[in-house]
Design a protein around this ligand. Structure first.
Ligand SMILES: Cc1cc2nc3c(=O)[nH]c(=O)nc-3n(C[C@H](O)[C@H](O)[C@H](O)COP(=O)(O)OP(=O)(O)OC[C@H]3O[C@@H](n4cnc5c(N)ncnc54)[C@H](O)[C@@H]3O)c2cc1C
Length: 469
């Protein structure tokens, strides 16, 4: 069994440039996932000199661990938005997702990108009697707004389905093959193994420290998933991190994808005679035993992995400017294939000073959603609980030893003959670290940072390592 995502086999190994000298550019994009690449694709032919930096390999972040459905049938998102922000906003969001599905599909077809794009029927379903009403509401929302949707009961993938909704114009693809196409095409503008370490504003320009060198840029686009330094924007109060568990096993392909509105959530799609199955999504801060969450996949599955995404307080992403010429795109509520593409399209317009009708809807500086204030406190409570628990020296795994060396709290993991020692503090907000034995990574459950066995940061919000020297 492989303890990484099925897409990770596709991450290309071409040697790319890395930042090793000072540079002056017009636009610097930070992050080579679906968001950063989409932004580059949109801006590369503008009058501005644009480059993209990626601290690891392009596509190796959240994008490589996604289920990669391209759809506007997104769980119970619309009814959640409608309930708190009204039909107009919910419809605007739906229209934005329909647009994004088309933008992405057209780009793939127009450029003949070999990324296994497949048109599928998308289903939204429930296994629970008590969720039928919710599903009816979703149906009504689509119908009220004149969108094609079918109500069905004979869904082939699970005999226990109580009811399902079906739309036709959805797609699935291999997100890394998609990213590889652009990385290859624009390789002169892409720098891998190049990490943004910090930045400051000087005379209207951003001076960014990357691999110890300075990149001076007029526009800075943070496409790094969870931008660690944006605490002043109140980001941790406007979202929480959700972790989902995924397995892949052999199965004949079906031209369909599906997601339930139940808890635990189930999500299904197919790829090359494999079933990609997501069986649970949890608020990261509430996870009790990280390794137990993989139990479901212990038999018959060829790949297993987990992935994190930001769930925003009002179910709308954060895309846009946060101060002069500084842009942000994150908070996709697990729908980043559409929203990442949309981010490229919106940020391009903002930089080129064109109007974009979604600028206001996704404005990242919008306030907290007052209808959801209760959730802000619940999320805060979970995070405080996770922080306190993680700092109580409780080790989640018997192969991990907790020690203090040279006055520093460390965790030691022994693997055959090798010993790995890491600091037991997430550099982000000082939570304790737990060991994810299945994927063999260290994790911070407060906000989802991940580190390799020897402590190198793989995923933010932390931008720093937990290596012990
Ligand atoms: C379980 C799960 C399933 C999902 N399934 C779907 C789906 O079916 N359909 C869908 O639409 N969405 C899905 N999503 C959501 C989607 O995967 C994400 O929203 C999307 O991949 C985020 O892309 P990104 O480019 O913003 O972030 P990432 O892919 O994480 O890219 C950010 C990049 O920035 C780099 N970086 C970070 N810090 C720095 C730095 N300081 N300097 C340089 N580089 C840096 C990282 O290395 C990374 O490569 C799913 C999410 C989850 C959790």
């Amino acid at each position: 069994m492989k303890n990484y995502s099925i897409w990770q086999n596709s991450i290309n190994n071409l040697k790319k440039k890395r930042i090793d000298e000072n540079m002056v550019v017009d636009i610097l994009i930070v992050g080579g996932g679906i968001t950063g690449i989409s932004t580059l694709v949109n801006l590369i032919n503008s009058k501005y000199k644009t480059i993209l930096i990626e601290k690891n390999k392009c596509g190796s972040g959240t994008t490589s661990r996604s289920t990669a459905k391209i759809t506007y049938l997104q769980g119970d998102t619309y009814i959640n938005i409608r309930k708190t922000l009204g039909n107009k906003i919910a419809l605007e969001y739906l229209n934005s997702q329909v647009l994004a599905v088309n933008l992405l599909k057209d780009l793939i077809i127009k450029n003949k990108i070999d990324c296994d794009l497949e048109k599928v029927d998308a289903y939204l379903f429930t296994l629970e009697e008590e969720n039928l009403e919710k599903l009816e509401e979703e149906y009504k929302f689509f119908k009220d707004n004149n969108l094609e949707i079918e109500k069905i009961t004979d869904v082939m993938f699970d005999k226990n389905v109580k009811m399902a909704l079906k739309i036709k114009d959805s797609y699935v693809f291999n997100p890394i093959k998609y990213i590889n196409y652009w990385v290859d095409k624009y390789r002169d503008y892409i720098y891998e193994n190049s990490k943004l370490e910090g930045f400051r504003k000087v005379n209207g320009y951003y001076e960014c420290i990357v691999n110890g060198k300075i990149i001076k840029t007029k526009y800075l686009v943070m496409a790094s998933h969870y931008p660690y330094f944006l605490i002043p924007l109140g980001l941790p109060f406007k979202n929480y991190i959700e972790t989902s568990y995924i397995g892949v096993k052999k199965s004949t392909n079906k031209k369909s994808s599906a997601i339930s509105i139940d808890k635990p959530c189930i999500s299904i799609r197919y790829y090359n005679n494999n079933l990609i199955y997501l069986n649970n999504s949890l608020k990261s801060a509430n996870i009790k035993d990280i390794n137990k969450n993989f139990d479901y996949f212990k038999n018959n599955f060829d790949y297993i992995w987990s992935n994190n995404d930001l769930i925003t307080n009002d179910y709308l992403p954060f895309i846009g400017g946060i101060e002069d010429n500084l842009f942000l795109a994150t908070g996709y509520n697990t729908w980043g294939m559409t929203n990442g593409v949309l981010a490229g399209y919106i940020i391009k317009d903002l930089i080129l000073e064109k109007q974009n009708k979604y600028e206001e809807l996704f404005n990242p500086t919008r306030g907290l959603n007052l209808h959801k204030l209760g959730r802000v406190f619940t999320d805060l409570y979970s995070n405080i609980k996770a922080f306190t628990k993680s700092n109580k020296n409780n080790v989640n795994n018997k192969s991990v030893i907790n020690k203090t060396i040279k006055g520093k709290k460390v965790l030691i993991y022994k693997d055959n003959n090798k010993e790995y020692i890491v600091l037991n503090r997430c550099p982000h907000l000082k939570c304790g670290i737990v060991f994810n034995e299945t994927e063999r990574v260290w994790e911070c459950l407060c906000h989802g940072s991940r580190f390799t066995l020897d402590g190198k940061c793989i995923n933010g919000p932390s931008n720093f390592d937990i290596t012990f020297k």
